[in-house]
Design a protein around this ligand. Structure first.
Ligand code: AMP
Length: 218
């Protein structure tokens, strides 16, 4: 199954992508993770992307299209994938059509997760991540702080530089201006499924699975 996850930063795309990837046995392709990996590895693209990411802005389309073309062309993505964080602009969405055509991909679904802006500022401000196993915690709900060890593996915890309140607001501005138009783009193609992301992780996951099953039957 080929799925694109759409929605603002902090809506839960990464969390849902991991669950879908596990349940459907297809790779989770997160452009944010690929960029952070490239930055950590010190590659030219990664280092250039890092300052853009830390400011909450978007990495240029041509860079992103190259990264995604490579990821989707990999043999591991031949039978499906969960694409998380791409496309984020109309030119990216149009380029993706071209990539799909080149790979002979005819059918895919777009899942749009919706959450209000204020909830996102709250969620991301409280998001704490384990450097060791990548697990995500909520400082308010899970009772962890940046100085406590990861409750799961004991590893060190950190906050993403772009999760600071001001940067989150900039990411939301960028989302509304540049990414939100993609909702109409995919709706007009008749492949958009919209899910309320305010519910719990399990409920959102169940709704996505239900909608995907219904869409397959249609
Ligand atoms: P994410 O982990 O999806 O929130 O992405 C983190 C950051 O990576 C974004 O704020 C952007 O700076 C950059 N990024 C990820 N995906 C894209 C994309 N498709 N287009 C442009 N920039 C991206």
């Amino acid at each position: 199954m080929r799925i694109i996850l759409l929605g603002p930063p902090g809506v839960g795309k990464g969390t849902q992508a991991k669950l879908l990837s596990r349940d459907l046995a297809v790779p989770h392709i997160s452009t944010g993770d690929l960029l952070r990996g490239a930055a950590a590895a010190g590659t030219k693209i990664g280092l250039e992307a890092k300052s853009i990411m830390d400011a909450g802005r978007l990495v240029p389309d041509e860079v992103m299209v190259g990264i995604v073309r490579e990821a989707l062309s990999d043999a591991t993505a031949a039978h499906g994938f969960i694409l998380d964080g791409f496309p984020r602009t109309l030119p990216q969405a149009r380029s993706l059509e071209g990539i799909f055509a080149g790979l002979g991909i005819m059918a895919y679904r777009v899942v749009n997760l919706e959450v209000e802006d204020e909830e996102i500022v709250q969620r991301l401000g409280n998001r704490i991540i384990c450097r060791n196993d990548g697990k995500i915690f909520n400082a308010g709900l899970d009772g962890v702080t940046l100085s406590s060890p990861c409750p799961a593996c004991g590893g060190p915890l950190f906050q993403r530089a772009d999760d600071q309140a001001e940067t989150v607001r900039e990411r939301l501005r960028v989302y509304h201006r540049t990414t939100q138009p993609l909702i109409d783009f995919y709706d007009q193609k008749g492949i958009l499924l919209t899910v309320d992301g305010m519910n719990s992780i399990d409920v959102v996951n169940r709704e996505i699975r239900l909608l995907l099953t219904d869409a397959q039957d249609a």
